[in-house]
Design a protein around this ligand. Structure first.
Ligand SMILES: *Cc1c(COP(=O)(O)O)cnc(C)c1O
Ligand code: SF4
Length: 385
């Protein structure tokens, strides 16, 4: 870890800031991803025992758990201030009764991924790339997950038959040059199985890049091991996108995981969701994005919250996201500015939604507004020789 990184990490989880039940766990165990997974919080009564939540809340959580799963790693849970209902960590991992509300326009499959699936586990929406869903498991189940119709339902990873069919589909479609491994969280697969799939994918000549979408660096950073990275780097070019939503999630542990990934030659991006009450604020996102680039993570997309069921309480007005983007562009490094997108319902794909900088355009000139709102013109050349 570089000195600068050390300086910016101000929220390292000291042993004595862990909840009492875990205070005596030796570091060796704490830093072992298997221990973290084995000790995940999955029931309301565990939350009561560990964090002392009240009976009312326990009841509400139990009701939510009939529909959507919960699973919180001790590492992630230790970042939470349980006494603050607005804590950005708490809101992302502990269900509230808001999840039981069904709002107009919400869909169980908001992105029509089922419809755009030519063979099971593949979503083919764009000409040159596909989504390849490897598992429905995640280290932690995010309360705002858009794919909750699948995620955490059966706890199973892909069958060999489905792998064969998916690979065959990719092999037959020579236009596919980019395969995005997703889920669930692909890094939850046993490493041998993951390598098996990636190595077979690599044998397909027209597959140029392989991408992995994973929240493991944020919620289970100890799972990013040298062995895992040694394996992945054999199959370069590999790209990874992770999912940090709040600066509180950048800790010594998660920063180290990101640095290890980048040091293995894997470009690392971040896709995050604009979440009401969690990060719907220009100051918070500015801090998140500038700190991410310090640990060499490139903000890639900022998503408007989808119309998935049970996440209405996280949704912000579209205008708010546009205003946030306006206060980022020009004010911080371009590298720290993601593209704000709405993943259109019904499978329309990701549509960039930007503040409008172009005021007018004709064959003579383009009139533009800069980041401060000042007007500039650029002489146009349309139709001139
Ligand atoms: C998001 C997504 C992709 C990747 O899109 P990029 O803009 O290239 O990151 C590909 N396929 C599906 C179905 C997606 O949802
Ligand atoms: S890690 Fe991704 S897929 Fe898994 S629960 Fe969170 S948002 Fe959903």
């Amino acid at each position: 870890m570089t000195q600068t990184t050390k300086e910016i990490i101000n929220n390292r989880i000291a042993k004595n800031s862990r909840p009492a039940v875990w205070r005596d766990v030796e570091d060796e165990k704490w830093n072992d991803w298997k221990w973290q997974l084995a000790n995940r919080i999955t029931t309301a009564s565990q939350l009561k025992d560990i964090f002392g939540i009240g009976a009312d809340e326990q009841k509400q959580i139990d009701m939510c758990l009939e529909r959507f799963r919960m699973s919180i790693t001790p590492y992630y849970a230790s970042l939470m201030n349980v006494n603050d209902p607005g804590c950005p960590i708490r809101q992302q991992c502990i269900p509230t009764k808001n999840e039981l509300r069904k709002n107009p326009g919400e869909l169980s499959d908001p992105l029509a991924e089922v419809e755009q699936s030519p063979v099971s586990n593949i979503v083919h929406r764009y000409p040159d790339r596909v989504l390849f869903l490897l598992t429905d498991k995640c280290a932690m189940y995010c309360r705002h997950c858009t794919r909750r119709r699948l995620v955490g339902k059966t706890d199973c990873s892909i069958s060999e038959e489905a792998v064969v069919n998916a690979l065959e589909y990719i092999r037959q479609n020579t236009a596919i040059r980019d395969v995005l491994l997703s889920g669930g969280d692909p890094l939850m697969l046993p490493e041998g199985k993951l390598e098996n799939i990636i190595s077979r994918l690599r044998k397909i000549p027209h597959v140029e890049i392989i991408r992995i979408g994973t929240r493991v660096p944020v919620v289970l950073p100890m799972k990013i091991t040298h062995e895992l990275l040694q394996m992945l780097r054999k199959y370069h070019p590999i790209w990874i996108n992770t999912h940090f939503n709040h600066p509180k999630e950048i800790t010594e542990e998660s920063a180290r995981a990101c640095e290890m990934i980048v040091d293995a030659g894997i470009p690392l991006g971040n896709q995050n969701v604009l979440l009401k009450g969690v990060n719907d604020n220009a100051g918070i996102l500015k801090e998140l994005y500038t700190r991410l680039v310090k640990i060499r993570v490139r903000p890639y997309y900022l998503y408007q919250c989808d119309v998935a069921e049970g996440i209405g309480h996280f949704r912000t007005p579209v205008e708010q996201g546009i205003e946030i983007m306006r206060s980022l562009r020009g004010y911080i490094s371009g590298y720290a500015v993601p593209t704000f997108v709405i993943d259109a319902p019904m499978g329309g794909g990701k549509i960039p939604i930007n503040p409008e900088y172009l005021v007018s355009i004709n064959s003579d000139q383009a009139v533009m507004r800069n980041y401060k709102g000042e007007f500039y013109t650029y002489p146009n050349v349309t139709g001139k020789t």
